[in-house]
Ligand binder design. Structure first.
Ligand SMILES: [Cu+2]
Length: 389
């Protein structure tokens, strides 16, 4: 004690006793809190779950399964922070043709007032992501992804939507500038569209590029299970890029167990084991045919719920648009891998330099397997470009 104050043994004892008392109190309070957390299955949302919490989450998932065919009470589902993890009930769902392809062009009819009208219907279908792997999917017009809507900037667009799902839904026009009431955010800008009901969306497109549409109700379940589709807006004054062909890639993830599937989520027990490009896993993804010198515009759309570093073999590509917005010429990156996050779009132009079979694939390597298996040199998020001399 440099300042000369003396401390007596009695004072040291008193301070020591206080410290011990405080420590015991802290331990007691902590165990109290932990105990109540276990008993009501509440889960920390701070990102520091303990092993005990994880075990609790796994248990909760088991306890929330409901009898087959019960579609009601979804709003009241208990579960992992309210997430609806039930397997998709396909008991009333028609099978799609195993060879059916998603993302087919949706032809508009021209309304009496000159507006381009598109019909979309949501329903549950059985969908083959591989010839021998069928999933229960939430689909627009019985396709995964939903049909591709293609318009020109300046177009007035009317979408006549019918909900044939057993639950409420809505459609959001991702990235578009439009009237707030047409934004499709269920319970925020409109009442959810109930089963059997219809809703008409109408807006004028004033942007160009690669966009998409998707459900905006129970998105953790509905979008993950397939309720999304591409929305391409061509410039009315012609394209500013030179390319020979284009291909749109929509990414998806699936969690398939014991012949049924639950929505794939970044959660214990919900991690995906199948991955799709345009609703199909490699080797049943499409193959692009090209010639040496061809410039191919690829529109990557982050329609799923996971990030995917998408890589193209055989040379770099130029990123010309991000989220539908043109990248100024001096700022365009030449890359061979681009990280496509949920909601993002990257338009890239890849030039076929040499003949042969060149792969496009995700570089998270379990995303290029089918349930952990490599088939014909890949799986899941893999497709090929065949370049002839
Ligand atoms: Cu991936």
């Amino acid at each position: 004690m440099t300042n000369g104050v003396r401390v007596t043994p009695r004072q040291i004892l008193a301070v020591g006793a206080l410290v011990i008392f405080a420590l015991v109190a802290a331990v007691l309070i902590t165990s109290q809190v932990m105990g109540s957390s276990d008993s009501d299955n509440s889960v920390s949302v701070t990102g520091t779950e303990t092993a005990d919490d994880m075990a609790g989450m796994a248990g909760m998932q088991d306890s929330q399964e409901t009898p087959e065919g019960d579609d009601g009470g979804m709003e009241d589902m208990p579960g992992m922070g309210g997430m609806d993890m039930r397997p998709v009930d396909v008991s009333n769902a028609p099978p799609a043709d195993p060879g059916a392809q998603g993302a087919q062009p949706l032809e508009p009819t021209i309304g009496a007032d000159g507006v381009k009208e598109f019909q979309l219907t949501a329903s549950i279908i059985r969908w083959n992501i591989l010839e021998d792997v069928e999933v229960g999917a939430y689909a627009y017009n019985e396709q995964v992804p939903g049909p591709t809507i293609r318009v020109v900037d300046g177009d007035r667009v009317r979408v006549l939507f019918t909900n044939n799902l057993p639950e409420a839904t809505s459609i959001h026009w991702h990235g578009l500038i439009l009237d707030n009431g047409m934004d499709g955010a269920a319970d925020v800008t409109q009442p959810p569209v109930e089963p059997g009901e219809s809703f008409t969306y109408e807006f004028t497109v004033e942007q160009t590029g690669t966009y998409f549409y998707h459900t905006h109700k129970s998105v953790d379940r509905q979008q993950t299970l397939g309720l999304y589709g591409a929305l391409i807006i061509d410039p009315s004054d012609g394209d500013q890029y030179e390319y020979d062909q284009e291909y749109t890639i929509q990414l998806g993830e699936w969690t398939v167990r014991d012949g049924e599937n639950i929505p794939a989520m970044n959660q214990p027990d919900a991690m995906p084991n199948f991955f799709t490009i345009n609703g199909k896993s490699y080797p049943e993804t499409e193959t692009i045919q090209a010639k040496v010198g061809d410039r191919i515009r690829i529109r990557f759309i982050g329609t799923g719920q996971f990030i995917h570093p998408m890589h193209i073999h055989g040379g770099p590509f130029e990123i010309v648009e991000t989220d539908g917005n043109a990248v100024p010429e001096g700022a365009r990156l030449l890359k061979d891998t681009v990280l496509v996050g949920p909601g993002e779009r990257y338009d890239v132009i890849w030039t076929a330099e040499r003949p042969g079979t060149w792969l496009i694939h995700c570089h998270i390597n379990d995303h290029i397997t089918n349930n952990g298996e490599e088939v014909e040199g890949g799986g899941g998020l893999t497709m090929a470009i065949e370049v002839s001399p």
